[in-house]
Design a protein around this ligand. Sequence first.
Ligand code: ADP
Length: 513
Amino acid sequence: MKAKTQVAKISTKGALVPALAPTAIPLKDRRLNFGGKWEYAPSPEDAKSYPIALRHELFINGKFVVPAAGTYFPSINPATEQQLTEIAEANAADVDAAVKAARRAYDRVWGKMPARERGKYLYRIARIIQEKARELAVLETIDGGKPIKESRDVDLPLVAAHFFYYAGWADKLKYAFPGKTPRPLGVAGQIIPWNFPLLMAAWKLAPALACGNTVVLKPAETTSITALRLAQIFQEAGLPEGVVNIVTGAGATGAAIVNHPDINKIAFTGSTEVGKLIARSMAGTGKHLTLELGGKAANIIFEDAPLDQAVEGVIAGIYFNQGHVCCAGSRLLVQEGVYARVVKKLRDRIQTLRVGNPLDKNTDIGAINSAGQLARIRELVQSGLDEGATLQQTQCALPARGFWYPPSFLTGVTHAHRVAQEEIFGPVLSVMTFRTPEEALERANNTPYGLSAGIWTDKGSKIFKMAAKLNAGVIWANCYNKFDPASPFGGYKESGFGREGGLPGLAAYCRLD
Ligand code: ADP
């Protein structure tokens, strides 16, 4: 639903916008002129065509199997709080069965298969994903809360592109690493988060399989449905049994994968806190490890930047996908001379963002993924207010049920504030200023993280000078959140180590000695 007109400076602690159901607003009012902007008629994607099974089992050795302990947990739609299905909870015995299946498949089939044959399976999977892209996008949106235009136009095309890209490398590994004889690592354990469930699965599965590894994958507990739909696609593609196994559950299931003695590699994407735990428990085991953790990216706008484009890039970098992006541009550093103009443009633009039903094709900002994540966003914003920042947010009507947070930004933030240092993982931007490029660099690098950054300027030389000194794995210039399978992604410092995507993404799944 589109925001109403005014942006309030909220001084009351943690004040939230009124909770109105979208249907509570009469159609004639929704069509009327809100603050000079026309509202669109609702345009929901058809969800009924894609029914969700009431129960989801584990995917082990090519079959869906009941979990050893017979326990299940609910998975809800964060936009409605309605239960969608129940998901099997894998314990250590299930994880052991999955690792054994993966080991058998590695030893007997996948590790020995001619690389060009492995590539054919990946191409087949990529094509089936393309065929079923609409269904997968709808399921991703229902399960995770992200707007359909993100899952349909960003996530799914990239998911298919990753499988196509790594399918192409499968029989060309010798050319990827000249002078080396690349060999697979064995069984890879892959643990992924809830913000891009299918895309994170694709980032991890495609290069692992292309290099000849087999996999035990665990999706996040709030977003397991599409990974299990992907398992059906693997069956349809005829992927040999045991090559990919999918175990569902929460932290204990993840820990059972990490600590399994017959795993050769762990690839983890998630919080820095859990990443550190995993690194500690794997120390000295000889297992390979890549970690993609949190971020606190700075988007840096110089006075000579095209301001309208810059503000649009900032909006895409933090608000779309509810700020549920580890590389989100969650800090905005603006050169002093254009600060007032940028803040005004930002304030005007967030009023036009539509928050609401994620299945509506006009929605810009969907639901926050879980009640826990919403509580964390509120707590951090409150800490910003307590430390003296000013909150600006749209006064949009939010649905009565579900987890929602309106697009917001904080001004008057200093670098010592928690909102300038900690990952908020919500549609909240912390705005700060700088005078010189040196000051911008120092401020941008002044966090424990180093995942991504954005530079907005008219001067190419400034881009190169800044990019060389920013401690970030990915730096966008005059754009933001652009992804391509050929382009590696990963961080420095507490954002983790290792790269996914491109050739470095292949190297992470090969022995190159
Ligand atoms: P987020 O804050 O994004 O939810 P988490 O790090 O908690 O990030 O979760 C990311 C993934 O890690 C999820 O699949 C989650 O179930 C898993 N996980 C959580 N705790 C552990 C753990 N101790 N060991 C292994 N995996 C874990």
